[in-house]
Design a protein around this ligand. Structure first.
Ligand SMILES: Nc1ncnc2c1ncn2[C@@H]1O[C@H](COP(=O)(O)OP(=O)(O)O)[C@@H](O)[C@H]1O
Ligand SMILES: [Mg+2]
Length: 468
């Protein structure tokens, strides 16, 4: 745990294993029968190619020890190796200790090459291995490893959710749009739910997501992600809008958003960012600046959301509680869906109901875009989710339990969203909270339900125990 602005211990920040910098040699293990492995000895340590064989073995059963010892970047794997088995490629590419590229050394007949590619191998060479193939491999090794880095995401690996499930979730077409997280009381969980849902949809489901912090009472999203907002804020964009005769373009917006994909794990190579963030106000005085005040603020917010929903699959808005503020009101008006957050606390429920009722009557906001999420739920509070949903007159989309294990609080204080480290095995309390967060994401993007199904089925294969 650390306080905002205080840098972590450098040791703690360094990736645990398999760091890979520009001219560091690429370490390779070959696993296969003698005639397949021996030609690669041309790449003995110290050769000038920058690619070196650190171990040549015949038996796949020896791999585990060698991986720990040599921490290779690439495994050249022949299905003719002793003790080769059908799941091996999958297990290696899901190595929890860091990205690992598996390259198949496939016989010219049979379908091994295709099967291994399906399991995650990033390339293959056909045997017999000639000098030309060894040279080709030496030239391609770095880009093969980079391919593995693109596919390797630590939280995904630790979750045990099959990568193919995630790819199929990401590939499904579904209604997209602007989703606002709102409640009328501070502390109900608008920010925490918006941030975690953005991570689930962007970093896990691979949707293209923009998270916007519009809380006029100062933004807090940057604290949840441990990023300094600098000039990448709503205030800066609102000023751009005003000086540009009240127009926004994709180029202006792109200049102000920050891609946060690398928070997953710096060892992952990000080619196509999935999660962009526009941070919130850093000084409360900015909220009374003409660029954000009253009707100007509302027009800006509506223009921003109109543009953003054309550029992203999902635009998630972390809103402040007060609807009488132009920017907040503009968010509600421009939303396709409002995730309305309540807690089972009378002081949250009563004002929530009254405010929504008035808003729907007076501002012509469609009631059917409201979905209720009961956050911080604890059965000891004396109100049932069903009663609360009836009282609110809104469908209950999800119940997110109060995480009594305090891991949610710890995640906030660590600046690493809870879902990044809780998609795998959890204690009972954190698991209930995790389940609720997945249900929120499923409300917005139903294919996410596949993760819920897969997790409850307890599937997932791995060679090693995941480390957190
Ligand atoms: N389900 C939950 N379980 C445990 N703690 C929670 C939960 N939801 C929210 N919290 C805690 O409450 C704090 C306040 O939530 P936050 O998202 O900032 O509320 P809001 O944005 O509505 O003011 C969070 O930082 C988190 O520590
Ligand atoms: Mg908030």
């Amino acid at each position: 745990m650390k306080f905002p602005g205080i840098k972590k211990d450098a040791k703690e920040e360094a990736p645990a294993a398999v760091a890979f910098e520009g001219n560091q040699p690429v370490n390779v293990i070959v696993v296969g029968p003698g005639n397949v492995g021996t030609p690669f000895l041309a790449l003995a340590p110290g050769n000038p190619s920058g690619v070196q064989m650190v171990s040549v073995i015949r038996d796949a059963a020896d791999l585990k020890g060698d991986l720990e010892r040599f921490k290779p970047h690439i495994v050249l794997l022949s299905p003719e190796a002793r003790n080769y088995h059908a799941d091996l490629v999958y297990e290696l590419t899901n190595n929890p200790d860091g990205p690992l590229a598996v390259v198949a050394l496939a016989p010219p007949t049979g379908t091994f090459g295709q099967e291994m590619a399906q399991q995650g191998a990033v390339g293959f060479y056909t045997t017999p291995i000639t000098t030309a193939i060894v040279e080709k491999f030496a030239a391609e090794a770095r880009s093969l490893y980079d391919l593995a880095r693109e596919k390797w995401h630590k939280p995904l690996i630790d979750s045990g959710v099959d990568r193919r499930t995630l790819e199929s979730i990401g590939a499904q077409a579904y209604k997209t749009g602007v989703v606002t997280f709102w409640s009328t009381k501070g502390g109900d969980g608008k920010t925490v739910l918006a941030v975690n849902t953005a991570c689930l949809l962007g970093l896990f489901a691979g949707k293209h997501v923009l998270l916007i912090d519009t809380d006029m009472n100062c933004g807090r999203v940057h604290l949840h992600l441990e990023v300094k907002p600098e000039q990448n804020t709503l205030f800066h964009l609102a000023s751009d809008y005003m000086t540009n005769s009240n127009t926004l373009t994709g180029q202006i917006l792109r200049r102000r958003v920050v891609s946060v994909d690398r928070i997953m794990d710096p060892r992952t190579k990000v080619v196509e960012p999935r999660l962009d963030v526009l941070f919130g106000l850093t000084d409360i005085l900015q909220s009374s600046h003409p660029a954000l005040k009253g009707e100007q603020g509302q027009a800006f917010m509506m223009a921003l959301l109109d543009l953003a929903q054309r550029l992203y699959d999902f635009v998630l808005v972390d809103m402040g509680s007060n609807t009488q503020i132009g920017t907040h009101f503009g968010s509600l008006m421009s939303s396709d869906m409002v995730i309305f957050i309540c807690s089972s606390d009378k002081s949250s429920l009563m004002p929530n109901r009254d405010t929504v009722k008035r808003l729907i009557q007076q501002a012509d906001i469609a009631p059917d875009k409201f979905f209720m999420v009961l956050n911080r739920y604890d059965a000891r509070d004396g109100l049932s989710p069903k009663d609360i949903s009836e009282y609110m007159g809104m469908p209950l989309a999800a119940v997110v339990a109060e995480d009594t294990s305090r891991e949610m609080m710890l995640a906030v204080n660590d600046g690493k969203p809870f879902v990044l480290s809780h998609l795998g095995k959890n204690n009972a309390a954190a698991e209930q909270t995790m389940h609720g967060l997945l249900a929120v994401a499923e409300t917005i993007y139903p294919p996410m339900g596949q993760i819920i199904t897969e997790r409850s089925g307890g599937r997932g294969r791995r060679l090693f125990k995941a480390k957190k």
